[in-house]
Every structure is written in C-alpha cells, then in structure tokens.
Design a protein around this ligand. Structure first.
Ligand code: PGA
Length: 255
C-alpha cells in the first residue's frame, strides 16, 4: 500500500484545556504507555501557548513532538496578543495547526488567512497542519467535495512546489460532537484531498503527503479509521486529553 511513502501522524489538539503544571503529569503517564512508537508514527501534542515550554521539557528525549494551535501570519511588529512563527520556532516547537474550524468560525479566519499563515509557518520551518472540512449544512447541500477542493487549493495558493505540510480533514459536524464520520466517508474525502494535491502538483507529491482525519476520533473508533488507505493519522481533540485514550489511538496507528 502507498502508506509506506508517508508519515503516520497522531496529533493531539488540547484546545483551551489544561494548565502548564498539568503537562509533566500527562507526559509521565503517556510515555510508558506508548513504548516503541518511535519510527512507527509521529506523535504530536498541540498545547495552548502557555504550556508549550512545559511540553517541550516534559517530552524532551521521548520522541513526542510539540505543536501550537495557531500563529500569526506576520513575522513581528505591532500585533498585540499575537504569537509569531519565529517565536514558536525559537522555543523549539515543530508543528502548528492552521485554520482549525473553531478559528474559522469564532475568530474570522478565512481561506486567505490560512494561506498566509501556512506560508508564515513554512518560512519558519514549522510543519503546518492545515485543517479543512465542511459544516453539516454544506454536507447536506451536497457541496462537500467542491468546498474541500476550494479550501485545499486556497491553502496552497502561490506555492510553486508542494511544501512540507500535513492536511487534516475535519468535518465540522464531527468535531466535539461524538458523531464520527464513517470510515468510508472519511476515506472518501481524504482520498479526494490526495487527488486535489496530485492535480495541483504530481502523483508522487500527493502520495508522500500525510492526510489526517479529525472529528470525534477516540480509542474505540481509531483503529478502523486509521486502517483506511488514505487516512494517515488523526487530529484528536477530546480523546487526546487523557493519556490512556490517547495512547490507545497512538498504538492503533502503529497497527
Ligand atoms: P474532537 O476534536 O476530537 O474533540 O472532535 C478534534 C479537533 O477539533 O481537532
């Protein structure tokens, strides 16, 4: 299967949960549960900004990477309250989630800002995890594939060559709702995303791109979702907050 050409990635999105002093306790519980994951799948924990340093310390030497959940499109300057890619890179952060649907819905992020943030992340050698996904209304009106195609193309606008990024398919109606997409539906959209990438660049580029599924992935449904040929991992919210359920998902990715 083509999966050998790309990295499996399990990324936890903690959203606005936990305080800095929780991180070491979490890491101490998680790490023994995922022994031997190195070299199989990449594990990323995307914490709030206030916990990034603690995450980098707590996971140092374990192979678990630290990611942020957002960043500014600007590199520095008078942008009160914002955090730049330079600042994240300087801390040692490796990944950053871009364009999560909660950012799009509550903070006015657009396809254009997602594109600019993706560029800013790459300029700082951070790996962007670019989120795309349709709302329930969009799914019901039958525009899922057109919308996903538009979102992927917009995120990649202006890149002559396919950059080093990860794409996460997160149907908005499945996020935090307990309603997971069926493995078939999730596979179908992830496969479609790969086709869009292939159309923009080349088949080999698309084959090497990690595409994740996100939306109520948990310790019970992860194995089946992750066994789909075009689902290379997961972006996990709720179930990434508990070391035991997150470990089960990581171990499922390692098959
Ligand atoms: P969930 O969140 O797993 O809690 O549905 C996923 C996400 O928002 O990335």
């Amino acid at each position: 299967m083509d999966k050998q050409y790309r990295k499996a990635i399990i990324a936890g999105n903690w959203k606005m949960n936990k305080v800095a002093s929780d991180v070491k306790i979490f890491a101490d519980e998680l790490v023994p549960l995922i022994k031997g994951f190195e070299g199989c799948c990449e594990v990323v924990v995307c914490t709030p900004f206030t916990s990034l340093t603690q995450s980098l310390c707590a996971f140092s030497g374990t192979g678990v990477c630290t990611g942020a959940q957002n960043m500014s499109q600007h590199s520095s300057g008078a942008y009160t309250g914002e955090i730049s890619g330079t600042q994240l890179k300087d801390l040692g952060v490796e990944y950053v989630i871009i364009g999560h649907s909660e950012r799009r819905e509550y903070y006015g992020e657009t396809d254009n800002s997602v594109n600019l943030k993706t560029k800013a992340a790459l300029d700082n050698a951070l790996v962007p995890i670019v989120c795309v996904g349709e709302t329930l209304e969009q799914r019901e009106t039958g525009i899922t594939y057109d919308l996903i195609s538009m979102q992927v193309k917009a995120a990649l606008h202006g890149f002559e060559n396919l950059p080093n990024l990860v794409i996460a398919y997160e149907p908005v109606w499945a996020i935090g709702t307990g309603k997971t997409a069926t493995p078939e539906d999730a596979q179908s959209v992830c496969k479609f995303i790969r086709e869009v990438v292939a159309g923009l660049y080349c088949n080999e580029c698309a084959r090497a791109t990690s595409i994740l599924y996100g939306g109520s992935m948990n310790d019970k449904n992860a194995a089946e979702l992750l066994s789909q040929p075009d689902i290379d991992g997961g972006l996990i919210g709720g179930a990434s907050l508990k070391p035991d359920s997150f470990a089960i998902i990581i171990n499922a990715a390692n098959g």
